[in-house]
Design a protein around this ligand. Structure first.
Ligand code: GUE
Length: 293
């Protein structure tokens, strides 16, 4: 079993991005600028946005945070997004999800200009992805692909099972793994809450990508010997064994699955750090105007 070290790979990619930013700035180009909007005071969102700000600093990007109270109206939030759309200094914008119930996520996503949608959530960019056109790939799936590429994991012709059909992970992940591109080329099965006999399906998988948001869902008996296992889940649970009193668990029962896996991502230190790196990569593409000229 080999552990896929997302922390280490994310550092390597950040160094590559930093080197490129340095060249761009030396040549008189624009410093890439990523903006994040966050509504309310959710703990996990705070951690994530703080990590994003730190990552921007590491690679030499400018970053901005826009914070709003839980009771901001949808109209007000959309107006704020339009301001960022028109701000020529800002290359990329992400609006931290989930949003309070009175705000429509799809309206928010559709208000972000596709040129600045570095999450890759706008229907225009989703459509381009599905059509194999150049676009910003959704951050988590793109990070997973980057990890598997760097560990030289062969995917062509393999059986890939994705568990979870969210717009931000499961659905785009299944698209990326199935398409005929320089990576992917798998036979993909997308499982979800209505799937029958899920263990029977996952036992056929050469690659299992688990993104359903249920703590320790994938158990040892559900995977075959030698499978590649990618854990997208992140759950904070109480623990009396750690200094902070908390620990993180994934969607995979790590201790049972790891001994059977050929490669496996840990939580933390697997997929999470790569999500942030993908946002940086997309922001660099946005600053260079490589997707939308
Ligand atoms: N518009 C939007 N875009 C997102 O990309 C987005 C979002 N909303 N909402 C929430 C999810 C979640 N997400 C994570 C990113 C990094 C870590 C990460 O760095 N995790 C560390 C641990 C961090 C910790 O200690 O909590 C790790 O796994 O090693 C986790 C989760 C991005 N998301």
């Amino acid at each position: 079993m080999e552990l896929i070290d997302g922390k280490k790979i994310s550092m390597e990619v950040k160094q590559e991005i930093a080197a490129e930013v340095e060249l761009i700035v030396k040549a008189g180009g624009k410093t890439p600028h990523l903006a994040a909007m966050i509504v309310g005071h959710d703990g996990a969102s705070e951690t994530y946005v703080a990590a994003k700000v730190k990552a921007c600093q590491m690679v030499g990007f400018k970053s901005s945070e826009f914070r709003f109270e839980e009771d901001i109206t949808e109209e007000e939030l959309l107006a704020e997004i339009k301001k960022v759309n028109d701000d020529n200094d800002i290359d990329g914008l992400i609006v931290q999800l989930p949003l309070p119930k009175h705000i429509s996520e799809s309206k928010v996503i559709e208000t972000i200009r596709p040129e600045k949608d570095v999450d890759g959530f706008h229907p225009m960019n989703v459509g381009k992805m599905v059509s194999s056109l150049p676009t910003y790939l959704p951050a988590t799936p793109a990070g997973i692909v980057e990890l598997m590429k760097r560990y030289k994991i062969q995917t062509s012709g393999k059986n890939c099972v994705v568990i979870g059909r969210s717009n931000i992970v499961g659905t785009p992940m299944s698209v990326l793994m199935s398409r005929k591109a320089e990576y992917g080329d798998c036979t993909v099965t997308l499982c979800h809450s209505r799937t029958k006999n899920i263990a029977e399906i996952t036992r056929q998988a050469d690659i299992v990508i688990v993104a359903l948001g249920m703590k320790e869902f994938l158990t040892g008996d559900m995977v075959k010997e030698g499978a590649v296992v990618i854990d997208v889940g992140i759950h904070r649970v109480k623990s009396d064994k750690t200094k902070s009193g908390w620990k993180l668990l994934g969607d995979v029962k790590f201790d049972e699955v790891a001994p059977k896996a050929s490669f496996i991502t840990p939580v933390p230190g697997g997929v999470g750090p790569m999500t942030i790196v993908s946002l940086l990569q997309n922001t660099l593409l946005a600053a260079k105007k490589e997707i939308y000229k």
